[in-house]
Design a binder for this molecule. Structure first.
Ligand SMILES: *Cc1c(COP(=O)(O)O)cnc(C)c1O
Length: 331
């Protein structure tokens, strides 16, 4: 289903599936360690970048362009991918250039990427996309054949990485003889969610028992220029040449109750989850993504969504470098 697709090896996979604490009414939490994909400090974007960069290299691109919030993990991992592959990297970021770079920005610079600050407010994704298009046109005129990726790398080609990730996860569950009730992922641009749903639909079509895929939404209105999750997941299935397998819209569940005020504005529950994970298992979550995501898992467990003896997998999407940005650690 994947072998015909261009791919660069950038991620250290399979990532570990670790048992965590018992939560809620007695559900067993499992942590899928996609924070440990290796590339430039790791995180979920490494799986997408394997296919995105495979496509870029196949097209003869000499530069990667992408876009993100000031502390974008996707931008940081794109910078690392460019370093690994010998490609120029340009990052379009929200906000103004700070006097000193921290966290993901510091690492992106260390990987040799050029940072372009737009002055855009943190969640003004449309403004960022316009700036990306302008920069892409410039680099094109310079003859670099730029490979330009939207926010989060959430094209169908990128999301293929998470269809493969879902297959990997279900193989690990089979080895451990567990049949999880749910797989929960922190969702922002929706590519990881769409890819997981595509992998789920593909395995279900082969007759496998598959868990629910549940997204905890941490951003509003990211969709600027992006297809919705069903459309994106179906495009992934098309790339896998499974044209008769489709995502059932009823299987798309995005729980948006854990965002709080907005993207990147910390919540009390998210901060509590960051501390809980650090103390329970030495797991490093962040306040923008994985902390809010886990707060959703714990909140759902407390509401009784998962029963006694259920296995629940939380995909740890990473984000630790943001802990080293100003305000990165809950006070
Ligand atoms: C990008 C990111 C997400 C969200 O993934 P999407 O595919 O954009 O929805 C979740 N957690 C972390 C740490 C991320 O960097």
């Amino acid at each position: 289903m994947f072998d015909h697709l261009e791919r660069t090896r950038l991620a250290a996979t399979p990532t570990a599936l670790e048992p965590g604490p018992v939560i809620g009414a007695g559900a067993q939490l499992w942590i899928k360690r996609d924070d440990l994909t290796g590339l430039g400090g790791g995180g979920n974007k490494a799986r997408k970048l394997e296919f995105l960069c495979g496509d870029a290299v196949a097209r003869g691109s000499r530069a990667l362009v992408t876009v993100g919030a000031a502390q974008s993990n996707h931008c940081r991992m794109t910078a690392a991918a460019g370093a690994a592959l010998g490609l120029e990297v340009h990052l379009v970021l929200s906000g103004d250039e700070p006097p000193v770079a921290h966290g993901n920005q510091l690492l992106s610079q260390l990987f040799g990427a050029q940072l372009h600050f737009t002055g855009a407010a943190e969640s003004h994704w449309g403004e960022l996309e316009i700036a990306r298009e302008a920069l892409t046109a410039e680099l094109h005129a310079d003859g670099l054949a730029p490979y330009s990726m939207p926010i989060g790398g959430s094209t169908a080609i990128g999301a293929v990485g998470y269809a493969l990730g879902f297959v990997e996860l279900l193989e690990q569950c089979a080895e451990r003889r567990i049949e999880p009730r749910a797989v929960v992922v922190t969702s922002s641009s929706g590519g990881s969610h769409a890819g997981l749903l595509a992998g789920r639909a593909a395995l279900a079509a082969l007759g496998s028992a598959v868990p629910d895929v549940l997204a905890i939404g941490v951003a509003k209105g990211v969709n600027a220029g992006l297809p919705d999750v069903v459309e994106l997941g179906n495009a992934v299935l098309d790339l896998m040449e499974l044209h008769d397998t489709r995502i059932d819209p009823d299987d798309v569940e995005v729980d948006t109750r854990w965002i709080g005020e907005d993207y990147a504005i910390p919540t009390v529950a998210g901060d509590a989850a960051v501390r809980w994970a650090a103390e329970q298992g030495g797991w490093l979550l962040d306040r923008t993504y994985s902390g809010k995501g886990l707060s959703g898992v714990l909140g759902l467990a407390a509401e009784g969504r998962f029963g006694h003896g259920d296995d629940v997998v939380f995909i740890h999407t990473g984000g630790w470098p943001a802990l080293f940005a100003p305000g990165g650690v809950p006070g």
